[in-house]
Design a protein around this ligand. Sequence first.
Ligand code: PLP
Length: 388
Amino acid sequence: MQRVYLDNNATTPVLPDVFEAMRPYFGDRFGNASSIHHHGQETRAAVEDARESVAELLGCTASEIIFTSGGTESDNLAVAGWVASGDHVITSSIEHHAVLHACKHLEKIGCEVTVLPVGGRGLIDPADVRRALRSNTKLISLMMANNETGVLQPVEEIGKIATEAKVLFHTDAVQAAAKVPINVRQIGCDALSISGHKIHAPQGVGTLYVKKGTRIQPLFHGGRHERSRRAGTENVPGIVGLGRAVQIANQALDRCDDKKMAIMRDRLEQGILAQVDEAGVNGEGAPRVPNTTNIHFDHIEGESLVIALDLRGLAVSTGAACSSGAIEPSHVLTAMGLRPDQARASIRFSLGKQTTDADIDFALALVPAVVARLRALSPRYTKQAVGT
Ligand code: PLP
């Protein structure tokens, strides 16, 4: 059976080039990067090369990059790394749980947390950020691109507000990296998270940019790895893979491949909307990353649609992968004002580097037909159709 994968915001396949770059580090080049002999020097050099590549992607210096186990750890390190009991933190209702649950933990240790709302298009209003500032505000943690809708947030404006107020600013760029250009100096952030497996590197590796001169409390205690900011023997193959994926992403951004991806995404989105009534794009009109569209197909259950499409070879998702199977509608879509039934009827399509025009044709041939089939079986839809 033909299989098409349009769930790249959940995870991406490791690119063959990335895999080849990693391969020697599972074999001959096995040294501990902290060892002073030849084997250690070899892996240390590879780790430092990867650090340079990440720094180039983000427009910072290599010493500002900390390697972690992924986006969740990077977010937790940034959120917990600066605050103490009595401090105030600003975040938003559409953050990934890696930030939201880390903030819940901060509340348990005596911090105050303001969770900002978003408008109907899924955008945070910088004026709300300014209004939420207090004398004890220590940190603002607001994402760069949302994982469910792909909506890009006004991080540069937020960065200016944070700088003026002398408040630390962390942005979760896990879903923005490699999709849009990122420059940490232009954003004006003090910390920025990236995850390897969202950019065609392996799962279980990520980075946190931390601005020079900003001392961060480590989450892990142990050796002096990563300049004492993240203890633990480095995941050398993962870091090498991340470095190679970042180089490929840099070249692709230079070639404006993101524009080509947006054209494919728009063809998918418009093709579906042209064939399916009572459907709409969540976050329409807001700036979005080029690979994501999130569409509500009213009168059906998103989970049923995901299963029906999967049975026919198309992999998509109802939202964040970690909440799949949960009955609760997406916290992101409900925060944007969607009714719970509309949020449950929403599907995320996310493209990757391996996505082809033929994949989009496949999805366009399948989705409208499967939606029509599910609606024909739905008593809710029949009633609506008769009533109109
Ligand atoms: N932040 C965002 C916006 C994400 O989409 C994800 C993963 O879905 C994470 C953080 C967590 O990253 P990881 O899976 O590498 O822990």
